[in-house]
Design a protein around this ligand. Structure first.
Ligand code: ZN
Length: 260
C-alpha cells in the first residue's frame, strides 16, 4: 500500500510522490522541476529514494540532474539514450519493487515513442494505481507528437483493460479543457455532465481533479470511447473521410482536439 500525493510544478504539471505509509523514503515520478520537489522533501521531512520517468519531455525530466546530485539513488526510465541520468532502463512487462510494492512497466507509445507507464496493484488505500505521464489524461489523451493514432489506440486499449478501480495519476491538470472538448464530442453523455459539475467545484477550490479511475474514464473520456455510436458519429461529422473504425475515430477526434 502507498501514500501518494501531488507536487505542483510549472503551470499545470503534477509530480507524483509516493511512499510506504510507515516510511519516509519517497519516490517521485517525472520531476520536471527540482525546486518544488526539494521544498516538499524539506517540508514533510522526507528522503528521496528514487525517481521514475515516463518519457523524454523536459517538463518530466528537467529535475533529474539536480535531484541526483549528492544522492546515490536509482532513476528508472524508458530505453532512450537521450534521457540523461537514467540508471535503470525498464522495458515492457518488467517488474520493479519500490516502497514494498511491485510495479509493472507498460510501454505506451503515441504521445512519444519512448513513453512508458508504471502500474501497481497496491496503491493508495490498497487500490491499484497507474502513473501514466502524458498518455492518458482525465478526460483526454496526450498529443501525438511522435507516434501514430494506431499506436495511441493500442496504448489506451491496454490501459483500459486495467481494473476499473485503478487510480489514474497523470502528469497534467488538463481536466477542464479536456471535458469541454469531450462535451463537444458527446453532448448527450449524462455521466460527462455530472463530471463537469464536479470538476468545476474542485477547480473553484483550486483542488486537483487527478487521480481519476479507469471506470470513470471509460464512461466519459472520448479517447477511450472511439467504439461508441455518438463518438463515431461526431468523428464522421467532423471528417467525412473517417472509416468509423475505432483507430480512425481516435485519429479524427485527436486532430479535432488539437484545434479545439
Ligand atoms: Zn510529454
Amino acid at each position: 500500500m502507498l501514500t501518494i500525493s501531488p507536487i505542483s510544478a510549472f503551470d499545470d504539471n503534477y509530480i507524483w510522490m509516493f511512499h510506504a505509509p510507515d516510511s519516509r523514503d519517497v519516490f517521485v515520478v517525472d520531476p520536471g522541476d527540482p525546486t518544488p520537489v526539494e521544498e516538499a522533501l524539506k517540508h514533510y521531512k522526507l528522503s528521496l529514494a528514487g525517481i521514475l520517468i515516463t518519457h523524454h519531455h523536459v517538463d518530466h525530466t528537467g529535475g533529474i540532474n539536480v535531484l541526483t546530485k549528492g544522492r546515490n539513488i536509482p532513476v528508472y526510465g524508458p530505453d532512450n539514450e537521450n534521457i540523461a541520468g537514467i540508471t535503470h532502463t525498464v522495458r515492457d512487462n518488467d517488474t520493479i519493487e519500490l516502497s514494498g510494492c511491485q510495479f509493472r512497466i507498460m510501454t505506451t507509445p503515441g504521445h512519444t515513442l519512448d513513453h512508458i507507464a508504471y502500474f501497481t496493484e497496491s496503491g493508495e488505500s490498497g487500490n491499484p494505481a497507474l502513473f501514466c505521464g502524458d498518455t492518458l489524461f482525465v478526460g483526454g489523451c496526450g498529443r501525438l507528437f511522435e507516434g501514430t493514432a494506431e499506436q495511441m489506440f493500442q496504448s489506451l486499449s491496454r490501459l483500459a483493460e486495467l481494473p476499473g478501480n485503478t487510480a489514474i495519476y497523470c502528469a497534467h491538470e488538463y481536466t477542464q479543457a479536456n471535458l469541454q472538448f469531450a462535451q463537444a464530442v458527446e453532448p448527450h453523455n449524462q455521466m460527462l455532465q455530472k463530471q463537469i459539475q464536479q470538476v468545476r467545484a474542485f477547480r473553484a477550490e483550486n483542488l486537483p481533479t487527478v487521480p481519476s479511475t479507469i471506470e470513470q474514464e471509460l464512461a466519459t473520456n472520448p479517447f477511450l470511447r472511439s467504439n461508441q455510436p455518438e463518438v463515431i458519429q461526431a468523428a464522421s461529422n467532423r471528417d467525412s473521410s473517417s472509416n468509423a473504425s475505432p483507430v480512425d475515430v481516435l485519429r479524427v477526434i485527436r486532430a479535432w482536439k488539437d484545434n479545439f
